[in-house]
Design a protein around this ligand. Structure first.
Ligand code: MG
Length: 255
């Protein structure tokens, strides 16, 4: 009964706002991705410390995070950015010869596991996508990542059953996700920006980008990554701290 009421109120919300489609970001919107980065960066730091006792774990981890953030600014989400990170570390620590080989070995053993690990699904994510489909919405994914890694995550989590290939828009991994990418995805759905609800965890790449092209309903699922929670939250954005599983009830409150 409660579920039926919720469905009806969702349909009412969609009708009031003249919404026809929903565009979801993938990483840290539907699946937990940044926790994988954090885990393997800690692992990498820990392995390095055990070989270099003069290094301090916390200090090195901070250095690794800063170096990764800087590398992201220039190389976006391309996993190749990690080679820049490794080179910066080796220069800072004066690693050459066998020590450089050790660094590369650790990089492959830990950092590259990021792209081989099956992410956890965020509670309520599949149910939320399903509820929008049941309410007659077109649903699609706009993700900023390596193509092969995207396919791996889609099939490993079963989200490929929700988003067939023609409903997955992969943004060039060598640039930053921006308004033009959102517009391209919306147009591919045959819709207008104002007919869309946008979901994402990145303020610059998802929320401000979608807002700037005229998406009227934007739902921000705050990211823990400093590169994604930086800057202002545009007026009218619906923030859901509790995660996507609570997004529909938050939307309904805003009817
Ligand atoms: Mg994301």
């Amino acid at each position: 009964m409660e579920r039926l009421l919720k469905n009806n109120r969702l349909r009412e919300f969609l009708s009031v706002h003249k919404i026809k489609g929903v565009l979801f970001d993938f990483d840290d919107t539907l699946i937990f991705t940044s926790e994988i980065f954090r885990y393997y960066m800690r692992q990498f730091s820990s392995n390095l410390i055990s070989e270099c006792p003069n290094l301090n774990f916390k200090g090195f981890l901070n250095f690794l995070e800063d170096t990764n953030n800087n590398s992201y600014k220039n190389h976006a989400v391309n996993p190749k950015r990690w080679l820049n990170v490794i080179n910066t570390i080796s220069q800072r620590l004066n690693f050459d010869g066998d020590k450089y080989k050790f660094l590369l070995h650790e990089y492959d053993k830990t950092i590259m596991q990021i792209y081989r690990t099956v992410p956890r699904i965020i509670p309520g994510a599949k149910e939320t996508v399903y509820q929008f489909s049941c309410a007659g919405m077109q649903t699609a994914l706009i993700t900023h990542a390596d193509e092969v890694w995207t396919q791996f995550k889609l099939s490993a989590t079963g989200f490929d059953n929700f988003f067939p290939p023609n409903r997955v828009f992969v943004v060039d991994q060598d640039k930053h996700k921006g308004p033009e990418d959102w517009l391209c995805a919306v147009r591919s759905m045959g819709l207008l920006p104002e007919e869309i609800i946008a979901f994402g965890d990145s303020l610059p790449g998802d929320i401000r980008a979608a807002k700037s092209i005229g998406v009227s309903v934007c739902v921000w699922l705050p990211s823990e990554w400093v590169m994604y929670n930086d800057g202002n939250v545009p007026e009218g954005v619906i923030t859901v701290e509790e995660g996507i599983g609570h997004a529909i009830e938050k939307l309904i409150e805003n009817t």
